[in-house]
Write a protein that binds this ligand. Structure first.
Ligand SMILES: [Fe+2]
Ligand SMILES: [Fe+2]
Length: 320
């Protein structure tokens, strides 16, 4: 009787579990393997090919914003009040391109960290297969962001040279929870912005599609990053936890402070020095960042990664 009520999906899952028990006698990572299997199922059900999903052909309509104006670094300042609507739209388009370019920079760091982490690991493990799926997602995302920046009429916005070199070091040496928690921070910060932009009718439609694709696919990445951060920290002693907490906060600082390139102001026809000064003092933007990161900080706190030094760095980045 019971068997007739079991759906094929349940049978598949039971079979996978039995196989899992035979193939992976270490049952420690079993919850993570089950989670990775669910992520693989979800990815098979809903993933996008930006090459065909995004409207790349329609010329850019200058009547639209590139992001919700409330997310603009100058929104709420005196300078914003003086700008024409066309200047505001140009600035939000340049800033959206800058965020996309910073996204590419971090996605390349992330792909290398995950690939290094999975080097020579068990390819039959769903965690291995999920990690490669995530890398494939990021590869498509970076191409999508590159095409988007070009369509927005923006140049390549790269972080300043010292930050680029720090990123080069980080992607080469970061391991375990520091790698996965930093990935999580970058993904969460981008996620909250893009959730707003994808629903906003003032934002140019092709950017809304891109945001939608990214939000859907990144929600799986964030689940994986949370699972891996927790799992890696189980083996960490207090010293390692403190060091890694500080590393994560410093990585977050550079990710967040690199989001808006200083050249966006010149490219929107603004006075660069004035724009930089007003953006730096913009309390609206700082409080928006803080409130959007509340959930992320709760997670980091529950993982024991909000040590005093880390909180000081997060505060400087206006994430807390
Ligand atoms: Fe991505
Ligand atoms: Fe991601």
């Amino acid at each position: 009787m019971a068997s007739s009520t079991v759906r094929p999906a349940d049978q598949d899952r039971d079979r996978d579990r039995d196989r899992d028990r035979e193939q992976h006698p270490d049952q420690d990572r079993r919850p993570e393997r089950d989670a990775a299997r669910r992520l693989l199922d979800s990815s098979a059900r809903l993933s996008y090919d930006p090459a065909t999903e995004v409207d790349w052909d329609t010329p850019l309509d200058q009547d639209f914003h590139g992001m919700s104006p409330e997310w603009c670094s100058l929104y709420g300042t005196g300078y914003w009040q003086e700008m024409t609507e066309a200047q505001r739209k140009e600035l939000t388009r340049q800033e959206a391109a800058s965020v996309a370019s910073t996204g590419i920079w971090f996605e390349m760091i992330l792909q290398q960290m995950v690939l290094r982490d999975m080097y020579a690991k068990d390819p039959t493990d769903p965690r291995f297969q999920w990690a490669l799926t995530e890398i494939a997602d990021e590869c498509r995302h970076s191409i999508m962001f590159g095409r988007a920046a070009a369509k927005l009429g923006a140049p390549a916005y790269r972080p300043p040279r010292p930050v680029l070199e720090l990123g080069r070091l980080f992607k080469t040496v970061a391991v375990g929870e520091a790698a996965y928690a930093s990935i999580l921070v970058a993904e969460e910060v981008l996620d909250v912005m893009q959730r707003d932009w994808m629903r906003d009718e003032r934002v140019v439609p092709f950017i809304r599609t891109i945001n939608n694709i990214h939000v859907v696919e990144e929600s799986r990445h964030m689940k994986f990053a949370r699972e891996e951060t927790r799992a890696r920290l189980r083996a960490a002693g207090p010293l390692r936890r403190r060091v890694q907490a500080l590393v994560v906060s410093i990585a977050s600082y550079f990710i967040v402070t690199s989001m808006i390139h200083r050249d966006v102001y010149a490219n929107a026809g603004l006075d660069v020095e004035r724009a930089l000064a007003e953006a730096k003092a913009n309390e609206h933007h700082k409080s928006l960042m803080r409130s959007s990161c509340a959930g992320l900080m709760e997670f980091l706190s529950s993982a024991g990664l909000l040590t005093r030094p880390a909180v000081a760095v997060f505060r400087r980045a206006h994430l807390i």
